[in-house]
Design a binder for this molecule. Sequence first.
Ligand code: GTQ
Length: 345
Amino acid sequence: MSVQLGTLEELPQDYRDAMTEAGVAPLWPMMRKVLPHGKPIPTTKPSYWNFQHLRPLLLRAGELTPVEKAERRVLVMSDQGRGTGAMQATSSIYIGMQLLLPGETAPAHRHTPSAARIIVEGKGGFTVVDGEKLPMNRGDLVLTPGGDWHDHGHEGDEPVIWLDALDLPLFVYLEGSYAEEAPLQAQRNRPDAALVEYAAAGLVPSRRGNQARRYPMARFPWARTEAALRQMAQYTDGVVEMDYVNPETGESVLPVMGFTAMMIRPGETVRPPLSSESAVFHVIGGAGESLVDGCKITWSEKDTFTAPVFAEVDHKNTGSEPAFLIRVHDRPLQEKLGYYEERAR
Ligand code: GTQ
């Protein structure tokens, strides 16, 4: 039963003026806007970025703006529903494409929001997270958890480009977003934890009294992820998706953002259930078409697109090779808040 609620216009002007004067407003005209029936009404619209269009703009930023003048040389990818310049790709996820040129460094800072990078192209880039030097190879997922110092560097000879995903919008909303700056960090002289402590799935270092770090593994090399997906695809008929997890706890790798690697077989169409998560899809390899709430998105390698909460999504691999995507989503946040939900279509 849905009752038509009263409007502001129905109220006498003197009463409305008196309320404004007193710093109050009636709830009932705004009730359905904040509590719609049945499911949320997202502001977010399906959005798509063709990497071949972004690339020249990013390289031009490299000519126009020295990294010292940018701190981070990033083109922000704004949700269509919010308009260009919006620092949101979905309600909770910010994304941007970052460029670092050979020899450049981006200074150390740390901030309350967490960041993750998915490496798009170029060799020789690295991020230092709390002293640990993390190589950035194509498709790698590199985490810079909130509160951890991080700076970027580049030892190669071609531009390095990566996709940044941050839980920044939530921190801005909470009025909790700020950063601190510091000189470049000293780097520990050993490979990162993915190669030292967590070289094999299911094995973690024995600890006698020593606690694991809160974010023990900051880099997930793509080569391993792809091998795991292909292996699963070979021996299962179902949807091939793997979540990135903290190897010590099995929980999501960051508190707010989740990351899921997906493989779609040639010719395959996947129809996930409706879900309360919002998502950013980044294409590591392959080509396909996705229908997101009726909006057709044709994608190939290095492209990025989004799906709002409860979107009807179909992904079809239209190529002859497997397609690989990494999905950035906010399921960990929603699970912590106790409202993550899936619905049959
Ligand atoms: O690389 O630290 O896209 O602090 C936005 C804010 C990247 C970064 C962004 C940041 C960074």
